[in-house]
Design a protein around this ligand. Structure first.
Ligand code: NAP
Ligand code: MG
Length: 400
């Protein structure tokens, strides 16, 4: 059987620990036998990042700008314990943060739906995609404890020295204050990424903030979204038969809980952090969440939402078989291959990616799955497989 050809490489970013092991298994069993895989390989494993002074991460992001589509394995974000464990030269920054900053992207996360693993919210029939603005607000705040009586103000000093002030509070006793900011350019990029992803996936886009209370800050987000939509997307949305709609975040929450899903829900930074945890918990497993970074310049980077599954890796190192779930990592590959196929007008590649997704879901629906899914499935007496057995079962379905 001849393998599917690729005309342009994918940027392949390898990673750490258990997901690095899964990465190789997926390539060996599910990709290389079927696709004449062309990738430009970057090793984002922590050792290589340390050896290259993290230059490899920057190179990988640059390559993504060149080729437009990347697939990334989960990577360790070093903390003090990791600096010790890997004898690092320094506490390297999160690769995801570095790549996101270079591509100026927004992260979209959605759960993978499969029969037998039902979301806790019974009426959710389609995945809810969370888009989180990844710049500013409370994540780049300035905070101060107020020891006692006194006045706190916001002060803006313009380049010409002129000032604008706004009273925050006249304190009569101790308290606390916080200042935060955002940038029009960042909000615009966020809006564009959301609207582009809506077009890409043919889903409605919702955006919600607390603009009734935050009449300048949140309202400004709302205005920028509306402006970007009116100027660049309205016509395209009408043609595609999808809609953009803004609502108060309270209303969005109520609609999400009562709706059937199938929408892109754009959130400010903090809301997105919390709401994506809510959606992923309600859908069962972190191992079934996909994640894609979409930049307003048309770059895509696909990955699983979970981390390197450290605890499983230590068991793997002791020679134990682990039942680590590879589904989100498989879907990172299929997302990237399908996008590559779409951009290169290579329908055979896109079709292969979709067939691999179906084969993966069918394996679970047939009752064969990893331990995390077996613990929550509605399918009676599922067969628990280790990672390699599960991946081989997927290959059998793919061949059939
Ligand atoms: P994690 O790797 O997501 O794993 C947390 C726990 O969730 C696991 O111990 C496991 O629970 C369960 N789990 C996650 N993925 C699973 C899978 N595919 N199959 C089965 N169970 C799964 O988070 P972590 O342990 O907090 O972080 C480990 C490392 O990952 C850290 O160094 C962190 O920096 C990194 N990280 C990277 C990314 C990224 O690259 N995008 C994201 C998050 C974290 P049980 O042990 O109970 O089975
Ligand atoms: Mg969170």
């Amino acid at each position: 059987m001849s393998k599917i050809a690729m005309s342009t490489p994918l940027v392949e970013m390898d990673g750490d620990e258990m997901t690095r092991i899964l990465w190789q298994m997926i390539k060996d069993e599910l990709l290389l036998p079927y696709v004449d895989l062309k990738t430009e390989y970057y090793d984002l494993g922590l050792e290589c990042r340390n050896d290259t002074d993290d230059q490899v991460t920057i190179d990988a992001a640059e390559a993504t700008k060149k080729y437009k589509v990347a697939v990334k394995c989960a990577t360790i974000t070093p903390n003090a314990a990791r600096v010790e464990e890997y004898k690092l030269k320094k506490m390297w920054k999160s690769p995801n943060g570095t790549i996101r900053a270079m591509l100026d992207g927004t992260v979209f996360r959605s759960p993978i739906f499969v029969k037998g693993i039902e979301p806790v919210v019974k009426n959710w029939k389609k995945p809810i995609t969370l888009a989180r603005h990844a710049y500013g607000d409370v994540y780049k705040n300035a905070e101060m404890k107020i020891p006692g009586p006194g006045k706190v103000e916001l002060v803006y000093t313009a380049a010409d020295g002129s000032q604008q002030k706004e009273l925050i509070h006249e304190f009569e006793g101790p308290g606390v204050v916080q200042g935060m900011h955002n940038l029009d350019a960042s909000i615009e990029s966020f809006a564009k990424s959301c609207f582009n992803f809506g077009l890409d996936t043919k889903q409605d886009v919702w955006f919600a903030t607390k603009d009734t209370i935050s009449k300048k800050y949140d309202h400004h987000f709302k205005d920028i979204f509306q402006k970007v939509y009116d100027e660049e997307f309205q016509e395209k949305y009408e043609k595609a038969g999808i809609t953009y709609f803004y609502t108060l975040i309270d209303d969005a929450v109520a609609r999400i809980m009562k709706g059937e899903g199938g929408v892109i829900w754009a959130c400010k930074n903090y809301d997105g952090d919390v709401m994506s945890d809510m959606v992923s918990s309600a859908c069962g497993s972190l191992a079934m969440m996909t994640s894609v970074l979409v930049s307003p310049h048309g770059y895509y980077e696909y990955e699983a939402a979970h981390g390197t599954v450290q605890r499983h890796y230590y068991r793997h190192l002791k020679g134990e078989d682990t039942s680590t779930n590879p589904v989100a990592t498989i879907f990172a590959w299929t997302g990237a291959l399908a996008k590559r196929g779409e951009l290169d007008q290579n329908p055979a590649l896109t079709d292969f990616a979709r067939r691999l997704e179906k084969a993966t879901l069918k394996t679970i629906e047939d009752g064969k799955m990893t331990g995390d899914l077996a613990a929550m499935t509605a399918i009676p007496s599922p067969t628990i497989l280790n990672s390699r057995e599960f991946i081989r079962a997927i290959a059998e379905n793919l061949n059939a």
